[in-house]
Write a protein that binds this ligand. Sequence first.
Ligand code: RB5
Length: 150
Amino acid sequence: MKVAIGCDHGGIKLKPVLIDYLNKKGIEFIDVGCFSEESVDYNDFAEKVCEKVVSGDCDRGILICGTGIGMSIVANKIKGIRCGHCHDVFSAKMTREHNDANVLAFGERVIGPGLMLEIVDAFLNTEFSNGERHIRRVEKIKQLEDRNFK
Ligand code: RB5
């Protein structure tokens, strides 16, 4: 498994903890930035991570901003991305089992490092359930990406 990770200035302190975890687990990753506490637009880093996932360079993406909200909104606008915005382990597990989420977003101003690692662990180690109803619902999400609401 290869993971793309990215943050804005609001997630810059948690990212090293995530990197340490990925290194210890031997999980390959690409860090798209940001790399300092200077204020940046979360949009740009969410896009970079999602590009890696959509292109197939990476299997999953992990996004950290202050709340996880901005990044998850951006990610879910991108065709092929299903981003779970999770601040608890149960949701992280369920967004894999039920939604086949390929990106996870959370906020450094919401959770601490211990809980973050449990959430990441659940996200990376849970498979899509492949249940008939879940496949149908994920297919409906994919069809929605091509619908014109105007
Ligand atoms: C940055 O101040 C903050 O707005 C951002 O990290 C994120 O929380 C947005 O949703």
